[in-house]
Design a protein around this ligand. Structure first.
Ligand SMILES: [Zn+2]
Length: 418
């Protein structure tokens, strides 16, 4: 009985339970419109936004957070992460990224990276596979269960690919070791089974790799994945560079193309017409110089970097809907993974994408792609209080995002200006 009373006391003593937090926002940025409203009040209660506006009254007992000198935006999203993976740079084969680490170890890294991202203002991430044996499903459950703080995680479980995952020419005596990381699927029926298996084990998005082997997915196989996933309310993201494989993926009606470095104008136009997102993972040249061909997955940096810039320019000109996604898996001393992810902003700037559009691609656009737009992705009444702030205007200079000094996740203050 005493233990029960104590538990109740702790629950009610928590500043979040039932208490209202009032944020005084000097400049409230609306990324969907590219506009700024001055001197707004955001009332937050039980993790959600209760009211927003200039005339919102602050209740007497509210905890007031003063962001009068800050620019306040919805929390950021990255639509293409691999939280549990660390790339071994310097020409190591692709399999070496995952062969010598257990799912438990990978999960711990995933949690650490997810928390690092949250500190930097990324309140939602989509983790598109390469998570060992469903390690990110457990990270998500631990966060959702209140064991740790962390971002909202939409994870893909195992990547579905034609026989061999993203490995080629492994001798038969090594066995199909990639199956701890991938599901082999070589007919529409096998694709359907793989989608169901993933969803059963906790995947919230389906990830296909369509052209990393000499037998790319057929249109029928793509359609089977889309049909099966959509029936369960889950979106389909596909790793594909271009060519006929990309054509099959676009015509198959997936939700997003990942990378798409070789997409033609006609393919980008078709994506726009069909409402398919591009998650371009637009690597900075300096990163490519470190990772090289990423164990044989990418073209050499001097070829790939200009291609990425050109494709991003064309995608923006044509008007394809885009979501920011980085695919960052390398480690650099004295820089966090979030620092490295924000390096991609320079590529977007170089491609001539205006700051307002970049911010949209990091908030409201991915919210739609991730199918969380009815819960988060904007600062509006009824949505989760995923709110960040910074001391300069991101619509003037998108690099302001590097200065995020306030982070609130579902009403909980993760960090605030000193
Ligand atoms: Zn990736």
């Amino acid at each position: 009985m005493r233990a029960k009373l104590l538990a109740l006391f702790i629950l009610f003593a928590s500043p979040l339970f039932g208490q209202t937090v009032a944020i005084r926002a000097g400049h409230l940025v609306d990324p969907a419109r590219g506009s700024v409203a001055k001197d707004q009040v955001i009332l937050v209660q039980d993790g959600k936004i209760k009211a927003v506006g200039a005339d919102v009254a602050i209740p007497k007992d509210a905890q007031v957070v003063d962001l009068a000198n800050e620019w306040v935006t919805p929390g950021l999203m990255d639509a293409h992460t691999h939280m549990t993976l660390t790339e071994i740079t310097g020409g190591a084969p692709f399999e070496s990224f995952y062969l010598k680490e257990s799912s438990t170890y990978r999960g711990l890294r995933g949690l650490r990276n997810a928390q690092t991202l949250l500190q930097a203002g990324f309140t939602t991430i989509r983790d598109v596979g390469n998570e060992a044996d469903y390690a990110m499903v457990d990270v998500r459950r631990a966060i959702e269960g209140g064991m740790f703080t962390g971002p909202t995680i939409i994870s893909a479980g195992k990547i579905i690919a034609p026989f061999g995952g993203q490995s080629t020419a492994i001798p038969p005596e090594q066995g199909p070791f990639w199956r701890w990381e991938y599901l082999d699927a070589d007919s529409p029926e096998e694709v359907r089974k793989a989608v169901r298996e993933n969803i059963y084990y906790g995947a919230k998005v389906i990830k296909l790799v369509a052209d990393n082997s000499s037998y790319p997915f057929s249109l029928e196989e793509v359609k089977a994945a889309v049909d099966e996933a959509h029936r369960s309310g889950v979106a389909v993201a596909v790793h594909v560079y271009g060519g006929q494989a990309a054509q099959n993926v676009i015509e198959g009606g997936v939700d997003s193309l990942e990378h798409g470095f070789e997409l033609t104008d006609a393919q980008l136009q078709l994506m726009k017409d069909k409402g398919i997102f591009l998650v371009g993972t637009d690597f900075p040249r300096a990163h490519l110089d470190i990772i090289g061909t990423s164990g044989g997955i990418f073209a050499p940096p001097e070829i790939l970097a200009p291609k990425i810039l050109d494709r991003l320019r064309r995608a923006y000109r044509i008007g394809v809907r885009m979501a920011f996604g980085t695919d960052t898996v390398m480690e650099v001393p004295n820089r966090t993974r979030a620092d490295l992810m924000l390096d991609y902003l320079a590529v977007w700037r170089q491609a001539g994408v205006p700051p307002a559009e970049i911010l949209k691609c990091m908030t409201s656009n991915p919210a739609e792609l991730l199918r969380v737009n009815h819960e988060r992705g904007a600062i509006a009444q009824g949505l989760a209080a995923d709110i960040i702030a910074m001391p300069t205007n991101p619509l003037d200079d998108i690099e302001s995002l590097r200065k995020v000094n306030f982070v609130m996740k579902e009403g909980k203050i993760i960090r605030q200006p000193q």
